[in-house]
Design a protein. Structure first.
Length: 337
C-alpha cells in the first residue's frame, strides 16, 4: 500500500484540535452575515491573506477575531459539524477536542450556548458516523487565575460533557505554575489535566506542567527535546505528546518541515501523535498533517503505522474502548499489508 493511501485509509484519532481553529473563511463570512457581525475582511480571499504568522501571538490575534462571528447555539453546532464531516471522510474514528469558553463568555456568549451547540454536533457524529469524542475545556493562559476559576465553576455544573481541562493561548510569560491551584481544583473535580507546553516556551514549562499541573498528556512539547533528561522522563512515563506539524511550520516553531523533530521524538521512545491544531488557519486537517510531515521527513510505512497506533494509545478512551480501537487499528494494518 502506498503511504498516501495508508494515511488516508487508516483509522485514527485526533487529540489536539481547537474547535474554533476549524472555522473556515467561508463559514466565517456566512456567520458574520447571519449574525450581523462586522469583520475587517471584505472577502474570503482577504481572510486567507491575513493568515501570515511570524509567531503564536500573530495567529492568536486573528483567531480571536475570527471567533467573534460565533454567537448562537446553532453557530457552534455548524462549526463542529463541518469539522466532524471532514473527520468522517478522513477515517478519523475518535476526537478529543479543545474549546475556549473564555473566548466567548468575554463577548457575552453564555457558557451553555457554547457547550450545547458543540455537544449537539458531537452527539450527532456518534450517531451518524460512529465518531466518539471527548471535550477538553481550555483556560486562556493570558487571563488571570481568578477568571480561570470562574470558568472552572461553569464546567463543574456540566461535568458529564467535559472530560478534561487544558491550557492554551500566549505561552511566553504565562508559565503553567500560574494555574497550579486551578488545576489542583480541576483534578479534584475529576477533570483530566493537559497543557500546551514547550510550543514557544522553554523546556522548564514542560517540567512545570508535569510537576505542578500533573498533566496526563503534553500538547506540542517540541522544546522538551532541548533537555535530554526531560525527553527520557517523558519517554519512560509513556505519556503521549500531541504534535502538530503544519502548525509548527506556520507559527515558525520549526524553520521548515524538513527540520521537524517528529522522528527524533519517535526514536527517543516518546508516544508522539500527529494532529492539526487549528486546521483552517494552518493549511490542513489531520491527514494533510500526516502527509506533509511524511513527505518532508521521508517517514516509513512502519513510522506512519506507529503514529496512527499512538493516536489511540495516547487517547483518553477507557481501557475497553482503547483495547477495541487498537485491535481494530492492528487488524486494518494486517489486512493492508
Ligand atoms: N497554541 C496556543 N494556543 C492556541 C493554539 C496553539 O497552538 N491554538 C489555539 N490556541
Ligand atoms: Zn493547540
Amino acid at each position: 500500500m502506498n503511504l498516501a493511501r495508508l494515511i488516508a485509509d487508516m483509522p485514527k484519532a485526533e487529540l489536539h484540535l481547537h474547535i474554533e481553529g476549524t472555522l473556515e473563511p467561508e463559514l466565517m463570512m456566512q456567520l458574520a452575515s447571519r449574525n450581523q457581525v462586522t469583520l475587517p475582511y471584505a472577502t474570503v480571499e482577504d481572510i486567507r491573506q491575513a493568515y501570515e504568522f511570524n509567531c503564536l501571538q500573530d495567529f492568536l490575534d486573528v483567531y480571536y477575531l475570527g471567533m467573534s462571528v460565533l454567537l448562537k447555539r446553532e453557530d457552534f453546532f455548524d462549526l463542529a459539524w463541518a469539522y466532524l464531516e471532514k473527520m468522517a471522510a478522513q477515517n478519523v474514528t475518535h476526537v478529543e477536542v479543545f474549546f475556549d469558553p473564555q473566548g466567548h463568555t468575554s463577548r457575552g456568549v453564555s457558557f451553555d450556548t457554547v457547550l450545547s451547540g458543540l455537544t449537539d454536533a458531537f452527539d450527532k457524529a456518534r450517531r451518524d458516523f460512529g465518531i466518539s469524542s471527548k471535550l477538553i475545556m481550555c483556560f486562556l493562559r493570558h487571563l488571570s487565575e481568578e477568571e480561570a476559576f470562574d470558568t472552572l465553576e461553569h464546567a463543574c455544573s456540566c461535568k458529564s460533557h467535559i472530560h478534561g481541562v487544558g491550557l492554551d493561548s500566549s505561552e511566553n510569560g504565562h508559565p503553567p505554575s500560574k494555574f497550579r491551584r486551578v488545576f489542583a481544583e480541576a483534578r479534584d473535580q475529576g477533570f483530566t489535566p493537559v497543557a500546551h507546553a514547550g510550543e514557544e516556551g522553554p523546556p522548564s514549562y514542560v517540567t512545570e506542567a508535569l510537576d505542578e499541573l500533573h498533566i496526563e498528556r503534553i500538547d506540542h512539547g517540541n522544546r522538551a527535546l532541548e533537555d535530554p533528561a526531560l525527553v527520557k522522563r517523558i519517554a519512560d512515563s509513556g505519556m503521549a505528546m500531541t504534535v502538530c506539524p503544519l502548525s509548527n511550520k506556520r507559527l515558525q516553531v520549526v524553520p521548515d518541515l524538513a527540520d521537524h523533530p517528529l522522528r527524533l521524538m519517535l526514536n527517543a521512545g516518546i508516544c508522539a501523535t500527529v494532529n492539526s491544531d487549528d486546521p483552517s488557519y494552518f493549511g490542513g486537517y489531520v491527514n494533510d498533517n500526516y502527509l506533509a510531515v511524511a513527505d518532508a521527513l521521508g517517514l516509513t510505512h512502519a513510522e506512519i503505522v506507529q503514529l496512527g497506533r499512538n493516536s489511540f494509545i495516547g487517547s483518553f478512551m477507557n481501557d475497553a474502548d482503547k483495547r477495541a480501537a487498537v485491535a481494530h487499528f492492528d487488524d486494518f494494518v494486517d489486512k493492508a499489508n
